[in-house]
Design a protein around this ligand. Structure first.
Ligand SMILES: [Zn+2]
Length: 322
């Protein structure tokens, strides 16, 4: 069965028709409407209708940032869209009654896509950290996406790493998001530049451009600048320590690192592995996981949302149920 996946982002809505192998057959994107939430619902309905023209589509999955209930129906809260306890699934079903529709958290959809078709395929237990502006998470346990009792599981970015640490956007202090995100990488780079010592180029760039942004730091990392790489290593240490704690609870076969910072590849994975090795409980007496970067990158949300919708529709069609 072909399924439609829709990924609602802060600036754009991406959608596609996805086959059983996770291949996007046709895709489109539009700017995310601003203002009232109903304008976004309208845009999603219109995109699904356009994508479904002339294609045998049975299900549509919608991924959105924020907290989604365990029934894949209601968005409790999203940070950038005025949706609070929004019954998005019911609203979409009312206008698209011929489709099986599900709603999922965007990081969970992306993680599911990596598990099914990307860096986690062929395994049963995978933990994914998406290092973008913030830190997203997705957890696959025994072949299933961990949603939790209320749907809000897998928010790895808000694990406490530093007691009494930096204030996080979620209202708590010391969350991993403040030490392991792209934003944290820029903070480290600016601090290192101001401190001098390492990274003459980093310090020069700081003098020249003022506040260092993601493009400058990314270019310096690619160029092998020691200061920028030291900032990346500091980020990697925090992420590696977090992964060791996660192993104590989840014991995954693979950690998948996604998001823009993952483009650094082994420059990021090596300090993660090193910090993991020094932090893991009972190290040397247990099998250790692999560390990989994500494979699907920009398409993961669309592919994962579609596959979660297909799984839901298939399970509903089985007379025995699950
Ligand atoms: Zn937080």
């Amino acid at each position: 069965m072909h399924a439609i996946g829709i990924d609602i982002g802060g600036t754009k809505i991406a959608g596609g028709v996805v086959d059983e192998n996770g291949v996007i057959l046709t895709a489109e994107r539009v700017p995310t409407p601003t203002g009232h939430g109903s304008a976004i619902t309208d845009a999603v309905v219109a995109m699904i209708e356009r994508l479904a023209i002339g294609r045998p589509v049975g299900a549509a999955g919608v991924a959105a940032p924020g907290f989604v209930d365990a029934a894949q129906s209601t968005i409790y809260y999203t940070p950038n869209i005025p949706w609070r306890n929004e019954p998005l699934r019911q609203n979409l079903l009312a206008r698209l009654p011929h489709l099986d529709i599900t709603v999922d958290n965007d990081a969970n959809a992306a993680g599911w896509a990596e598990y099914r078709f990307g860096a986690g395929r062929g395994l049963t237990d995978m933990t994914m950290l998406t290092i973008g502006t913030g830190v997203g998470g997705a957890i696959i346990v025994d072949g299933r996406l961990l949603r939790g009792g209320f749907g809000a599981a897998g928010e790895i970015g808000h694990l406490r790493l530093v007691p009494g640490g930096l204030l996080c956007g979620c209202g708590a202090r010391g969350c991993i998001e403040q030490y392991g995100s792209g934003r944290a990488l820029l903070r480290f780079a600016n601090e290192l530049a101001d401190a001098g010592g390492v990274g003459l180029v980093l310090a020069e760039a700081r003098r020249e451009h003022g506040e260092l942004d993601g493009v400058i730091v990314g270019d310096l990392i690619q160029a092998g600048d020691p200061g920028a790489i030291q900032a990346l290593q500091r980020l990697g240490r925090h992420v590696g320590e977090t992964c060791a704690s996660l192993s104590a609870v989840l014991d995954p076969q693979v950690f998948v690192i996604g998001g823009g910072v993952a483009a650094a590849g082994d420059l990021l994975l090596d300090p993660i592995r090193a910090a993991y090795a020094t932090t893991l409980p009972a190290r040397g007496f247990r099998p250790e996981p692999m560390f990989r970067t994500a494979e699907l990158v920009n398409d993961a949300g669309v592919v994962g949302a579609a596959d979660l919708a297909r799984s839901h529709a298939t399970a509903a069609a089985e007379p025995s149920g699950r």
